[in-house]
Design a protein around this ligand. Structure first.
Ligand code: LMR
Length: 392
């Protein structure tokens, strides 16, 4: 059987983790995979999560199965943070379930589109490479549109044209901190998108993987909330990987907004059946820790404090890099000021990216995406110097 398979290349982004780990030079700079890093270059467990884990260890009495929907109290505890005051208006039309990471939620949302007879999915380009892979793996077709306008702002017109024409069954949108560009729709563009989705027939799937790492928990939810207030139905794929630092614990949730109370259980039963056939049940530990953090005032405040500190550090690295724009003209450093979250795209050729890695020990995605959080006050001068050299 295995002889019939074609070899597959490893996921390029995840492969960077291994390449970087194998590089024994002392002063390498890892701007590859999207994990937050402190000013010391570490990715520690949040204080509040550590405290919740201690409590879990002491108090958890059973690890018996929960079911395909996972920890429903975790799913509920997140809702005020994601949906804000609008949650009350959606009462009876909104439900959720736990998934293995945000990826599990994206997969499930797209599998629901397929189960409902959908075939074509609008996808902005560039996007997180795994979006296209999941669409393809499900046998759906990606209909591509440009996410970024030439002047470094989001190109809402491109997606609006598709939505108005109904070229696809669904659209996959990034709520905030767009991966890989960092360029988000403005509030006005989100409002336009919400209206177009309400007027049209394209089903919105909103991927919320970085809430709190852009402008703030509330600010980063603006677009999502505008859409949910306008449309009859939608899916929201949520990840706690970044904003709770639970990457490898795979903590996510899928929320479904249905047109009315009678359709909601049908949607939920399909999502449960698909989850059962895919992974049966999501892993418990990380979601249980999030539930404990959100259910405890002091831990919750501490989590928000740590998140704010992370967001501020990312912003200050963006500013520092932008202020060095004249050292490497043409690379697009000044545009970092317009972006949000971990990622930005630099204008570098594949050869320049290889030179950065081989000659300077700087690791970044082949697309030119950098993880801004991989920069620190200590390594930033070296990075700017390397950019200046390869772009001279
Ligand atoms: C990234 O884009 O770096 C992260 O979302 C990690 C991943 O799974 O690709």
């Amino acid at each position: 059987m295995f002889d019939r398979l074609q070899p597959q290349s490893p996921d390029a982004l995840l492969q960077l983790i291994k390449l970087h780990a194998a590089d024994k030079r002392a002063d390498t700079i890892d701007l590859g995979v999207g994990v937050y890093r402190t000013a010391d270059g570490g990715t520690p467990v949040f204080r509040a999560v550590k405290a919740a884990e201690k409590r879990l260890l002491a108090e958890q009495e059973s690890k018996a199965y929960l079911g395909p929907e996972g920890d429903t109290e975790f799913v509920k505890a997140l809702m005020p943070h994601i949906f804000g005051p609008g949650e009350a208006r959606m009462h009876g039309r909104l439900t959720g379930m736990q998934t293995p990471g945000g990826t599990g939620a994206v997969r499930l949302a797209l599998a629901l589109v397929k189960a409902a007879g959908g075939r074509r999915v609008l996808l902005g380009t560039p996007s997180w490479p795994n979006h296209a892979q999941i669409i393809e793996d499900l046998g759906l077709e990606a209909v591509l549109f440009d996410h970024v306008a030439s002047e470094g702002t989001a190109d809402a017109a491109a997606v609006l044209t598709h939505i108005a024409a109904g070229t696809a069954d669904a659209v996959l949108l990034h709520a905030c901190c767009h991966n890989p560009t960092g360029i988000d729709y403005s509030a006005e563009q989100w409002n336009e998108l919400a209206q177009a989705l309400a007027d049209g027939s394209v089903f919105p799937i909103v991927d919320v993987a970085y809430q709190g790492l852009g402008r703030g928990m509330e600010e980063d939810a603006h677009g999502l909330r505008a859409i949910l207030a306008a449309v009859p139905e939608a899916a929201v794929a949520y990840s706690c990987d970044k904003n709770f630092g639970l990457y490898r614990d795979r903590v996510g949730a899928l929320y479904m907004l249905a047109a009315d109370e009678t359709v909601l259980p049908v949607a939920a039963s399909n999502a449960n059946a698909l989850a059962r056939a895919n992974w049966s049940m999501p892993p418990d530990h990380g979601a249980a820790a999030v539930r404990l953090v959100l259910g405890d005032g002091a831990l919750s405040r501490d989590w928000q404090e740590e998140l704010t500190m992370m967001r501020d550090r990312i912003r200050s690295m963006r500013e520092a890099l932008a202020s060095a724009a004249d050292r490497a003209p043409g690379v697009g450093l000044a545009e970092l000021l317009h972006g949000n979250g971990l990622f930005a795209m630099l204008k570098l050729s594949p050869e320049q990216i290889v030179r950065l890695r081989e000659e300077h020990g700087v690791y970044m995605a082949a697309s030119g995406r950098i993880n801004v959080a991989g920069l620190t006050e200590a390594n930033l001068p070296k990075f700017v110097d390397a950019l200046a050299r390869v772009s001279a």
